[in-house]
Design a protein around this ligand. Structure first.
Ligand SMILES: [Zn+2]
Ligand SMILES: [Zn+2]
Length: 390
């Protein structure tokens, strides 16, 4: 079967929700208008709503026609926009300066609302479904904030499921992998403290500028020489700050960057290597290093059985030939990782159409592809009806 007919019936209405959300982007933990919009819709469908989890999070709870299986499943969408200007000129462009739904979270919310509406009408399942709308996915760990605030006490889910649109994969096709699909994302700040001097007398200095240049190169050795080449990793220094005059060697320089890995052992190894290499490089220059490592999202790891069930459900909607099980993992990171650490589940990519230059996620010309709304909604519905069959 392709799309569920009843879902196709409200494609136009979903498109209008999606565009309203697009025009009202809100940043992480500021999703007040957005969470009002969602809560109002869910209540309108007759769904019980809990608000304020993890700040602005919203959870809708719906029982099936029967509730004898004891099963509960959580479906998650993200609500936040990005702090960037939108350069599109269509009617539903961002109405907020410097804020934009450039990651398609407007579409994710809409597809989950569409599924909530359909399931509230039909309730063809045995158990309970929780519609989880999380704040602050873009780096603010809003999913973790919801967990810390009692998400899994409210909703003792036996499994959790996530979905993200993916430009570059044909519209309406799916991709999913067993195991790791996105990386951990930690960041670091290193301060190299040396001794400043007149630039004409470098022998009197312990030069943190030269030390930082060598450190950037030395840190590249982690990926090229210390990590197993078949185990993806990223170490990027993305900021260097130091110095105030051409004739002064400064006292200190600071560097910041990101470190990413696909599993916790590699993640720890990278942290250890950053410390060792930094301390040794600093020491070779007569400098002292202060290293701060900030743990971000863990790797997003799909559970094998759930990933296989998700792919079967996707295949049921679009055909097995349009469900890809071998999409390479991405070194981006995803807040849903915390939910997958807490419960079995799977995170699936929904193709948004061939990638056009300048229309990828987090680009000022991006817009969610409304054509795929019924596909994602059908996936959620099928997932609920097959995981909790009557
Ligand atoms: Zn994003
Ligand atoms: Zn996103």
């Amino acid at each position: 079967m392709p799309i569920i007919n009843r879902v196709a019936d409200f494609h136009e209405e979903m498109t209008s929700w999606r565009r309203a959300l697009h025009a009202h982007p809100e940043l992480g933990y500021e999703e007040h208008w957005t969470s009002d919009f969602i809560a109002e819709k869910l209540e309108g469908f007759g769904i019980e709503v809990t608000r304020g989890l993890g700040g602005t999070g919203v959870v809708g709870r719906l029982q099936g026609r029967q509730n004898s299986s004891g099963k509960k499943i959580g479906l998650r969408a993200d609500m936040d926009a990005l702090p960037m200007p939108e350069l599109n000129e269509f009617d539903h462009k961002s109405g907020e300066d410097g804020k934009m739904h450039a990651c398609g979270h407007d579409g994710h919310m809409t597809m989950l609302l569409g599924a909530a509406r359909y399931l509230a009408e039909t309730r063809q399942f045995d158990g309970e479904v929780f519609f989880i709308f999380q704040p602050a996915e873009e780096g603010g760990a809003g999913g973790k904030a919801m967990i810390d605030d009692g998400l899994f006490e409210l909703c003792d889910a036996s499994s959790v499921w996530g979905m993200h649109n993916w430009p570059g994969l044909a519209a309406g096709e799916f991709a999913i992998s067993e195991g790791p699909c996105m990386a951990s994302a930690d960041h670091f700040t290193i301060t190299l403290e040396g001794r400043g001097s007149h630039a004409a007398m470098p022998h009197q200095a312990s030069d943190p500028v030269l030390a930082s240049c060598q450190l950037v190169q030395a840190l590249q050795m982690i990926v090229s020489r210390r990590s197993n080449p078949v185990d993806p990793a990223v170490v990027s220094v993305t900021m260097i700050n130091g110095g105030s005059a051409f004739n002064v060697i400064p006292d200190s320089v600071s560097l910041s960057g990101t470190a990413r890995a696909m599993n916790s052992a590699s993640r720890q190894q990278i942290h250890d290597e950053i410390e060792t290499i930094t301390n040794n490089t600093a020491s070779a220059h007569g400098c002292h290093a202060k290293i701060e490592l900030f743990a971000g999202y863990p790797p997003t790891v799909n559970h094998k059985q759930e990933a296989n069930r998700a792919s079967a459900i996707a295949a049921d909607i679009v055909g097995a030939g349009k469900v890809h099980m071998n999409l390479p993992p991405s070194m981006a990171a995803e807040d849903f990782a915390y939910m997958l650490e807490a419960r079995p589940g799977a995170y699936i990519w929904l193709g948004a159409g061939e990638a056009q230059p300048g229309k990828m996620l987090h680009n000022s010309h991006y817009d969610f592809n409304d054509e795929i709304l019924p596909v994602g909604t059908s996936y959620w519905v099928k997932l609920v009806e097959s995981e909790m069959q009557l």
